[in-house]
Design a binder for this molecule. Structure first.
Ligand code: FBP
Length: 569
């Protein structure tokens, strides 16, 4: 075989030149853990900050053991600890993939060391119920370090909630002699971690001992944040840098070919953190922020008029026939009249599920329309069939509308086109639409996400060795070395009415319109709309000038002195 053929064959199976190189990338490590090569366990102690929500009393009654143990106090590192041995720890991914998950496992494995056993749960919470576990070796860790995706373990969106499911978890703990479970997930998954921590607190194993449960904050959506304690969830930086590179390329194309308005929907579920971050990175003509639209109570028509006015002004003032509009995935649910319609739809679908399911496809919209209020029925009737179909589609396993399936970008294009035809028929409006979602979730982690998750894994491991349960690991102080923290999950819980029942939830952190990142964006956006001022951030870098950049929203909201993250410096 020729040298070239051999080289190409060697690259199969996750061995591209890039993948091999990133496996060797040294990872910045928080000073609390000592060296990256041999990180040491640490003890944790109360930091002086105690968390609470409006439902703390109810939470304290239902989570009596974990609240009594933690007092809802945030913990910080308090010096080196003696390494503990003999623990068996199982880790799983839950929910959508996010870059850096593999590094959480690598950090955890490193911290547990040879004296303890790390098991991987296959296929997320479902695998925990079924007891599908295998041992993670040092060779596995070397292989997955700095790689994207959740493919090493797999994931799913099962929510552990019924008494039978809790008993199945107990059985898995006994069958595999587990001492701890690590749940790497978003807000719903960390809520599940809190429930499991309480259920497994004591009396699980034959000797009467319990099983510890620790969470790690994952989601590209960036909606798992705790002010001053958890700056961002992992995966957000990688996803937004990938989207910003693509959006930057499209902006270059708009100014090259001079003929299209590109409407780009960006993943991120409800919150607009992803859209705000990409907007700050590329500075397009229009970026819609759902939370602001809800606050201003804009109707769909008013929103379309705003977009159309920008199209008109750029054409009349600058002769521009092009531009980019960023649309957050969850926009629809934040437009008050659409939100009211969706709430009514959910109600009908929940209460008349059987009658609805028995109908032929063609009769479904009519069945729903007859059961809506006059205002919602009128709005429903004005929507194109492709939007109606998605609004009636099946909810996900958490009962949420699957917003990623709704072609909001197409809806806005169609409505803008007909509005322009009425108010400014001379203004040209060529359009293209895109949805950037899945392409951002599994890319190789940025240096920020790689370092952040490696240190999160070390923190999770240190918490387990310190005997803690019911906490979510965090790294704060990203501009000043990085500090491992433990956030008591019960201190984040609220009670929310979902599907007619009270449920414990960690509330999603939405974009705050008074936050520094949003204020900065609001001050600049008119200039970006008036004429092209965009930037093209280019590919994400693991080496080079932009490698040490943290998300712009995080830097602004943390009032950092620069964009550089300084974990381990
Ligand atoms: P998580 O909150 O579980 O991390 O999921 C994030 C996400 O990527 C959302 O942005 C998106 O709406 C959703 O997952 C898509 O889900 P699915 O993978 O089930 O299509």
């Amino acid at each position: 075989m020729s040298t070239l053929a051999t080289q190409l064959e060697q690259m199969e199976n996750h061995r591209s030149v890039f993948e091999d190189a990133v496996r060797q990338l040294p990872l910045p490590t928080c000073a609390a853990f000592g060296s990256a090569a041999a990180p040491r366990p640490i003890r944790f102690a109360a930091s002086g900050r105690v968390l609470g929500t409006r439902d703390s009393d109810t939470v304290a009654r239902h989570f009596a053991q974990t609240v009594a143990a933690s007092g809802n106090a945030v913990l910080h590192g308090a010096g080196a600890a003696t390494p503990a041995g003999g623990r068996r720890v199982a880790a799983l991914f839950s929910g959508g993939p996010a870059a850096g998950g593999h590094n959480v496992l690598c950090g955890l494995k490193k911290m547990l060391g040879a004296g303890n056993t790390l098991l991987g749960v296959q296929g997320g919470p479902k695998g925990l119920l079924a007891g599908k576990l295998f041992e993670i070796t040092d060779a596995h860790a070397a292989d997955i370090l700095n790689t994207g995706g959740f493919d090493f373990l797999g994931t799913d969106r099962t929510k552990i909630k019924t008494p039978e499911q809790f008993e199945q978890v107990r059985k898995t703990c006994i069958d595999h002699a587990l001492d701890a479970i690590v749940i790497i997930g978003g807000d719903d998954s960390n809520t599940n971690a809190a429930l499991l921590a309480e259920f497994l607190y004591a009396g699980v194993k034959p000797d009467g001992s319990g099983v510890q449960v620790i969470g790690a904050p994952k989601t590209i959506d960036g909606d798992l944040q705790v002010p001053g304690l958890l700056p961002i969830s992992f995966g957000f930086d990688t996803a937004t840098r990938i989207y910003a590179e693509l959006a930057g390329n499209i902006l270059q194309d708009t100014r090259s070919s001079l003929k299209y308005w590109h409407f780009i929907k960006l993943m991120g579920r409800s919150a607009s953190h992803v859209t705000l971050e990409v907007a700050l990175q590329v500075k397009p003509a229009v970026s819609l922020i759902s939370e602001e639209i809800a606050e201003k109570k804009l109707s769909l028509g008013a929103l379309v008029d705003q977009i159309a006015q920008t199209v008109i002004a750029r054409y009349r003032n600058e002769g521009l026939k092009h531009g980019v509009v960023l649309v957050p995935e969850g926009l629809i649910e934040f437009i008050p009249e659409m939100n009211a319609l969706i709430a009514e739809l959910n109600d009908v679908l929940a209460h008349e599920a059987d009658a609805f399911a028995a109908l032929a496809e063609a009769g479904r919209a009519e069945f729903i329309a007859q059961r809506l209020s006059a205002a919602s029925a009128a709005l429903f009737a004005s929507l194109p069939p492709y939007i109606v179909a998605m609004l009636l589609a099946e909810r996900d396993s958490h009962g949420n509308l699957q917003v990623s399936l709704i072609p909001t970008e197409q809806l806005l294009i169609d409505m803008t086109r007909s509005h322009l035809a009425r108010i400014a028929p001379d203004v040209p409006f060529g359009s293209q639409h895109h949805f950037f979602g899945y392409e951002g979730r599994c890319g190789a982690p940025t240096l920020f996400d790689a370092a952040y998750t490696w240190n999160l894994g070390l923190t999770v491991g240190a918490l387990i060795l310190d005997g803690r349960s019911g906490y979510m690991a965090s790294i704060s102080g990203l501009s000043s070395g990085g500090e491992p923290l433990a956030i008591p999950l019960t201190g984040l819980l609220n009670v929310e009415r979902r599907h007619g029942k009270d449920e414990y939830v960690i509330e999603k952190a939405l974009v705050r319109t008074d936050a520094p990142a949003m204020r900065y964006f609001a001050a600049r956006r008119e200039a970006w709309a008036a004429t092209d001022r965009f930037a093209s951030p280019g590919p994400r870098q693991l080496w080079g000038p932009a490698a040490h950049q943290m998300p712009m929203t995080v830097a602004l909201n943390d009032e950092a002195d620069s964009l550089r993250f300084r974990i381990g410096e």
